[in-house]
Structure formats: C-alpha cells, structure tokens
Design a protein around this ligand. Structure first.
Ligand code: FPP
Ligand code: MG
Ligand code: MG
Length: 378
C-alpha cells in the first residue's frame, strides 16, 4: 500500500487493533453450551477479511481530529468496555462458563484516537456480518466458505441458523451496552435491511413476469437490493462510528456516504468475481449466482444487448442449458466490464465523500480500502 502522509503503511495504524479483534469477538460469542460455543465461533476460526471492522476503526481515526458536537442525551459515565464481556453477560444464567476473564483490556495497544465504544462497534459489525453469512449459507445451500466446509455442512442447517440467531442476540446485547439510542436504531435497522435485501433477491426483477423485458428499473431494483444486502451494514456502521465520535451532522453524513458507495462497489465486485474467479481462489463456490437463479449486474448488463436472456431470467435459469447459455452470453458481452466500471464510479464517489476530512494516515487508509475493493480477488 502507498505510504501515508507520515510515510507509513496507512493500514498499520489499525493492524495492531485488528490482531485483537478475533479474540474479543470470540469472547463475545462464548456460550456455556459446548456445541453452541463451537458452532457460534466456527467462522471466527478461519480469519475473514474484517473489512467492516477495519472501516469502522479507520473512520473513527479519520474523524477523530474533526470538531465535536455533543448530542442531546448525555453519555457521561458510560463506557463501552465496562462489564461488556461474556463473563458478565453470562454471569447470571451461566456461572460455570469458562469465559471468566476480565473485560477486554486494550490499554497496551490501543490507539487513543479510537474510543472504546467505536472499537466495540467494530466488533458488533463483524458479529452481524458473520450471522448473515451463517444464514446465507443455509439459504444458498452453500458447501464452502473461506476455504472450509460451510457451517451448514459442518453442523447442519438447524445449528447454523440457531448459531446465526445467537450471534445476533450477542450483537444486540453489546449494542445495547453502548447506551446510544441512535446507534442502536441504526444497527437494528441494518439487521432488518439484510432481510429485506435477501427477500428482494428472491425475485430478480420488481415485476413478476415469465418473459421480463429489459428496463432501467431492473438495474434500479438490483441496486436497491444491493444497498440493503451489502451496503446498509457498511454505511450505517460508518455513520455510527461518526455518531459515537460526537461529530456534527455533515461529518456523520460524509461517513455514511463513504460507506454507502464503497458498500455498493464491494457487492458489484463480488457479483463480478462470481463470473471471473475460480472457486478455489474465492474460498467459496464460484459461478453460484446463476445456479441460484440470480441475475446480478454482469447478467443485467448482458441482458440489455441480448434480449433473449429475458426468458431465462423469468424462469431463473432453471431449464437445462440455461446456466451455460447465460454464462456464455455474459462472458461474450461487456457485462463484466460494465460492472467493473460501475463499481469504479461508486468507489470514486466514496473517495469524494471524505475529501473534506483532514489529511491523515487513516484517511489514506480509507482511500486505500477503495482500491483494495477494486483489486480484490476473493
Ligand atoms: C452474502 O451474499 C450474504 C449477505 C451479504 C447477506 C445475507 C442476509 C441474510 C441471509 C438475511 C438474514 C440474516 C441476518 C443475520 C439478519 P452472497 O450469497 O451473495 O455472498 P456469498 O457468495 O459470500 O455467499
Ligand atoms: Mg451466499
Ligand atoms: Mg446469498
């Protein structure tokens, strides 16, 4: 990565924080029930990309030096770290829990620019994300994730769904402990948005037709779904990071716009990689979207110049040969290139949103995340 204004790797400032993230998340996920404990922590064994917590930490640092404007309610005497660990969450119901360690102590390594509440928020975003993956792999009948068997395969659908619910419960409790009603409302809305996005995805277009005709609305519907499914979590957690930092509205809005545009770009690239990268490199099944009946951006763009794809979209690529024909038409069209170009537009918007932030390593880090999203291969 390019050196920041201080001549160091801009992501280095959060790298140390990230090293402790997994441990803290695993603490939040402790259960006295050994099997639930195992399933709930399963996706924390294979290290994810931690994109969402990384963005929260970078946003917290990048906004730290901006003016503060305390909000209406008082947050005095509220510390996120105070008795938030599973040991206290479980204290009443589960005194024999093996997790009796004290609350996370960041003193040795923590960046003073990041508030404890922002650090906790970063962990909460990863919990919500991981919960959605547990549910997603059941819905998509997936067999692998991050290079390993997915949880639904390793433990079965029932345990995977319940573990996802458990993660949401723990995320909600941690969120409540932040004692910030606006942040709580934002992240609760994210959970609802994830379900709304997933519901929209059950249908490829807004109209229920057997032979849909390409229309601008098709792309609008897809982008709305993409916001709900992927960008809502990223944008609202960036917004929440700025709120916890007590920043004025325009800073909060800039943080939100950054996350929203980066989040949409992230999913556009994801949908592109489904066509261009092998399953072994992705760590999850490739070419899965058509198999699942999903018409994502590359196909929607290919459809515009290949009207015959309408019938296939309408029957969700369910007839013999549909998936292969659709894949061929996508590859032959400029659908993949158009998807990449659209993702680049969103990334450019994300960078413009934070242009007014003071120069810092964290700001370089946020910009760096944009090029990382464009260049990623898994
Ligand atoms: C991955 O998409 C999945 C999501 C981004 C969100 C899934 C949301 C739900 C299942 C809603 C209910 C869940 C919760 C926790 C409220 P993908 O299938 O396109 O990506 P993949 O290739 O990584 O599987
Ligand atoms: Mg999936
Ligand atoms: Mg899915």
């Amino acid at each position: 990565p390019p050196p920041g204004p201080m001549g160091i790797d801009p992501l280095r400032s959060v790298a140390k924080e990230m090293k402790f993230m997994t441990g803290n998340i695993r603490q939040l996920l402790g259960s006295g029930h050994p099997m639930l404990d195992t399933v709930a922590k399963y996706y924390t064994q294979s290290e994810g990309k931690y994109i969402r917590p990384m963005l929260v930490l970078l946003m917290s640092q990048a906004t730290a030096l901006l003016p503060k404007m305390p909000r209406r309610w008082s947050q005095e005497n509220v510390s996120a770290d105070e008795s938030i660990t599973p040991s206290s969450i479980l204290a009443d119901e589960n005194p024999s829990s093996p997790l009796t360690s004290d609350s996370a102590n960041y003193a040795d390594y923590s960046d003073p620019l990041i508030l404890p509440s922002q650090r906790r928020l970063a962990e909460i975003t990863e919990l919500i994300h991981t919960a959605s993956l547990l549910h997603d792999d059941v819905i998509d009948t997936s067999f692998s994730r991050r290079g390993n068997a997915s949880a639904n395969i390793a433990f079965g659908n029932k345990m995977a769904v319940l573990a996802g619910d458990f993660l949401l419960g723990r995320a909600s409790a941690a969120l409540a402990r932040l004692r910030d009603p606006e942040v709580t409302e934002l992240l609760a809305t994210v959970i609802a948005n994830l379900v709304e996005g997933e519901f929209m995805q059950l249908k490829n277009t807004s109209r229920d037709e057997r032979h849909p005709v390409w229309h601008e609305d098709t792309v609008t519907y897809y982008l709305q779904k993409t916001y709900l499914k992927s960008a809502s979590l990223i944008s609202k957690s960036c917004r929440a990071a700025a709120l916890l930092g007590d920043h004025p509205r325009e800073v909060v809005e800039a943080a939100y716009q950054y996350g929203k545009n980066l989040g949409i770009a992230f999913q556009l690239v994801d949908d592109m990689l489904d066509y261009t990268i092998s399953g072994s490199e992705l760590g999850k099944p490739a070419g899965a979207d058509l198999e699942l009946g999903l018409a994502t951006a590359p196909l929607l763009f290919a459809w515009r110049s290949n009207p015959e794809l309408g019938a296939l979209v309408g029957r969700k690529f369910s007839q013999e040969g549909d998936v292969q024909l659709a894949r061929t038409l996508v590859i032959q069209s400029d659908g993949i290139e158009q998807t990449r170009a659209l993702a680049q537009d969103y990334v450019d918007k994300a960078i413009r949103a934070i242009a007014g932030f003071p120069e810092s390593d964290a700001k370089v880090g946020l910009i760096d995340m944009c090029s990382k999203v464009m260049k990623r291969r898994n």
